[in-house]
Design a protein. Structure first.
Length: 212
């Protein structure tokens, strides 16, 4: 990749992030800095030329994915860059529930997080179906009459259409509920705690284990 012509403050952030992520590959086997970090930076630059926001964008994954510390960022960059990178750093484990961001609150960091998520949505081809579906579900932040977005026309349980499962709770908590497929109107009885496709498949797996 050709070296970009950058002003000094951006060159500092570029070099720092490139060195921090050196040797890292994304899930598709591409250079992580070039395929993700620079993509997020380009997206953010479409809406702001704020040096602090752009600097933070270069560095947004350094606390998560490298040996860089909050103190390292404080020593090398102006306030509030280190704190913004910390705000963008996730907590939790990479399991069926995913990571969460308890510190995410400022407009500047939410701008970066939107760009980060957009980049990830455009680079999911190496992920398995369950991970893609989980990420899509977590990316929907507006109200919808249907809880999940399907990424394919053939579901794991046999329906071959573009429908989505709508989960309807029972009147009495803990009692049987149902889910209805919007594509074929298929109705299935389910436990009340099953609220999503992920819940459904966990329930089916647990039921099979109990029958062994």
């Amino acid at each position: 990749m050709n070296e970009p012509n950058l002003v000094p403050w951006e060159r500092r952030a570029y070099n720092f992030a490139r060195n921090a992520h050196a040797g890292q590959l994304d899930d598709c086997g591409k250079d992580y800095f070039e395929s993700h970090i620079l993509q997020v930076v380009l997206l953010v630059k479409q809406i702001t030329d704020n040096p602090l926001i752009i600097t933070t964008t270069y560095l947004h994954d350094t606390l998560e994915d490298t040996s860089i510390t909050h103190e390292d960022l404080q020593d090398n960059f102006l306030d509030p860059v280190a704190d913004w990178v910390m705000e963008l750093t996730h907590e939790g484990q990479k399991d069926s529930y995913g990571y969460y961001f308890p510190r995410l609150k400022t407009k500047e960091c939410i701008i970066i997080k939107f760009a980060d998520r957009l980049s990830n949505l455009s680079r999911m081809e190496a992920w398995d179906e369950q991970r893609q579906q989980q990420y899509l579900n977590k990316s929907v932040f507006w109200k919808s009459t249907k809880p999940d977005i399907n990424i394919q026309t053939e579901s794991k349980d046999g329906c071959t259409h573009d429908g989505q499962w709508q989960y309807i709770s029972g009147v009495i908590p803990g009692h049987i509920s149902k889910r209805i497929c919007s594509g074929c109107n298929r109705v299935e009885q389910i436990p009340d705690w099953v609220k999503s496709d992920d819940d459904y498949f966990r329930w089916k797996i647990s039921t099979k284990e109990e029958q062994k």
